[in-house]
Ligand binder design. Sequence first.
Ligand code: UT7
Length: 322
Amino acid sequence: MYAALKSIASYIPTKCVSNHDFEKILDTSDEWIIERTGISTRYFALDGEDTSDLGAKAGALAIERAGLKPSDIDLILVGTLSPDFLGMPSTACLVARKLGLSNCPAFDITAACTGFIYLLATAKAFVESGIYKKVLIIGAEKISKILDFSDRSTCVLFGDGAGAAVISTTDDPKKSILDVHISGDGNFSSLLQTPISSLKNDAKQCLQMRGNEVFKIAVKTLVTDVENIMQKNNITSKDVTYFIPHQANLRIIKAVGERLSFQKEQIILSVQKYGNTSAASIPMAMNDVYESGKLKNGDLMVLDAIGGGLTWGSALVYFDGN
Ligand code: UT7
């Protein structure tokens, strides 16, 4: 028995924020942001709308697309760096409540932008060990609430959103989550952090990133990580339908994609529209391909991410949805 990705869905908040909106409050420009990051717009959650609200909406759609009811789900996992509450309750428990579930194990995973890969690894382990059969995984973020809007080097980069998938069983390895690799190195923890243990609106408590240093580590690590997982599984870039990397920066994605010999049509981009939505970025990008009608059952995807921790990881996933 293998674990398989049975559905994909996302929820995009309604408030669109353009680079021009930042020009009004910061010493920045549309040209700089596009040239250095590729980003044109991002979406922010509304006041009164939190990470679990976004996650529950994406989760409900993923369950429906898998042909299931919320009560069929036997584990909920949420990846987030912007939980509703610090510590407790977990965002996953709040999502479970919003899906109408009152007896379902649920917990959060903190792996920042690598969240979706860590979710896949965890769900795969639970399903293939036979412990759970239907796992809902959700990457959900309301990063706007922890941004320092006076720090032009970070606040223009991030967006809010959620992406979700149902992981269940298959007996066909060609329909499975073929392999997942996750790793991390806490020696680089200070490069990307939300330093104080509270989510109040104080600059010192906001997301901080030494972007230029992360950039250099990102390109090298992402390339090596994908090369390793593809070699281990005897997969070449020609066998792959889509390369869906974490969407942090267009220049990183293009550099990594080229070094891995992926063609333009194979490389999925959504950073221009959504900015960096951390744990939600890969499932949001995957959902765009799905909703455009271009993700077919049996397509092989290579996923790849790096983020705070530092954490990183990659995955080879056949799509087993309809
Ligand atoms: O998701 C987790 C992983 N995260 C990443 O992978 C992000 C990796 N890093 C990046 O994407 C890029 O490093 C950034 C987009 C964050 C920054 O781009 P960069 O090309 O590395 O720029 P930089 O940090 O070296 O800054 C260059 C200049 C600086 O000015 P000086 O010191 O050269 O005068 C910055 O102050 O650009 C300035 N700058 C800006 N200018 C206009 C920084 N942010 C802005 C801005 N508008 N928003």
